[in-house]
Write a protein that binds this ligand. Sequence first.
Ligand code: F6R
Length: 605
Amino acid sequence: MCGIFGYIGKRELKKTLLEGLKRLEYRGYDSAGIAIVNKDSIYLNKVAGKIDDLASKVNFNIPMYNTCGIAHTRWATHGAPTKRNAHPHVDCKGDIAIVHNGIIENYLELKVELLQKGHVFDSDTDSEVIAHLIEEYYAGDLEEAVRKAVQRLRGAYAICVISINEPDKMVAARNGSPLVVGLGDDESFAASDVTPMLRYTKRVIFIKDGEMVVIKRDSIALKTIEGEFVKPEIQQIDWDAAQAERGGYKYFMLKEIFEQPRVMKDTLYGRFSKDGNIEFPQLEDWKDYLRSLRRISIVACGTSYHAGLVSKYFIEEIAGIPVDVDVGSEYRYRYVLPDEESLVIAISQSGETADTLGSVRKINDKAKTLAISNVVGSTLERETDKVINVNAGPEIGVASTKAYTAQLMTMYLFGLYLAQLKDKIDIRDYSKELLKMNEYVEMILREDEKIKAIASKYNHYDNAMYIGRTYNYPSALEGALKLKEISYVNAIGYPAGELKHGPIALLNSNFPVVAINPNSRVYDKMLSNIQEIKARDAKVIALVTEGNDSLNSLCDDIIFIPNIKSVFSPIPIAVAEQLLAYYIADMRGIDVDKPRNLAKSVTVE
Ligand code: F6R
């Protein structure tokens, strides 16, 4: 996720672009830049760092001769967060500048083609190919060149393009990443969302996938990328700026929960070859080592630790490699035996968690290390041998939601990759479900109102227990963590088989239980546990596979999850748990994005 902004009109350009960009900072903040159509060249200013760093480098005294410019705040996906990888990117001559949000899946093949034609690249990003493609097709008509270029792109994009040869316009296009155009008084805007334009205009057009738009200061022309005119639907926006940043959602957490279908797709980008095999280009030179791996140790904290636990079950089953999982604060102080035939995987959204970093540092070259992280360029990424980025985009809500499901998706892919290397299974049977995970997540999100109604029945309880078995034992831990951290309910997660070893003593009519029981080989075992709980008068909310109506009379409430392999059920189950926790916390009047005593990154022990 990145933020793009374009402006054409009467205002002082540098200031307008920087102010607009500041509103988009929540979308990414590892590097930033602006490009302005000047007298006879494009003025370009980029930095590795935040928008304030960029602002301190811009000389406001140099006058600009034109009225059109673009800006970008980056959240790195391809290429480290350095100045050369910061946007805007320009073509070989420096006549065309582009900003891009999204992931271009076929950028490598396009780059090879463009290199063969003599184009010179300046960055490691996927985005730069767009500038060179437009240059390649440019024959005096920017709109036509952009049209031809975007027709070659596979993947997700929202782009905004300017050219020194046509200083009176910006050309923008969208497929899969958000793009909004704002119509002001003799000025126009293009941006990832309405936040940078709200102070100037409330009249906006939400551009749809497959559309492109030529934006002038007093007019716009909206077309499909095939060139057919489209009648723009102008909307009046009444949100204030803070609401707009959250896309109209009450809290970032809810926005991030609803982003998960998109995240599921982004996490998959570039992971499958044309013949359906899983690819991790960064692990190419590790293939022999991974084939002969004898042990994997996963270290992580909190929600990321739960992603590690699910990974253990999956990798052991699918790739036949023993996996142990530790919380960072234990691993770093216990006696461990890393060696050359083992791999240490550190999972961390932020890449800055002190105990996870401490664990990796302890390895000190005794074993190879792999980071599964969401923040490109984080300390963890710099201190591990290899990195797989989960591509969830910036997560702002303190409670981790989309980063967790992106971690799960990444670890499923990694497990399948190991199985593929060892020729263990035909991965297609598994990958076809992963490729549809966005749809399964959407199915849960459509249950939003039902889950909210369930939350309204249970929000006054001060205790809760989550139980599950095998793959959904970690889901029980994660459901309980989500609820306790944002609602302050004393929620505990247990492997269901442990109930009789103590925790069942807690249960009575004031102690609701969330029983996670999708179709699986432990379904009947879980059913017995549910019966034991009902015999103690406790209320049961059951998560079961759609089409299973047999628990309707036994349980108090049911949430259906899609009919998928039980190994993958932790993803839709996590989404249902997130919604339940969110609504309970909101109904208890808690500031969901800022629960007491918590910080987004735990950078101290
Ligand atoms: C819970 C949550 C935390 C983090 C934990 C690790 O919702 O967000 O438990 O998962 O602090 O953080 P990262 O993944 O950044 O290492």
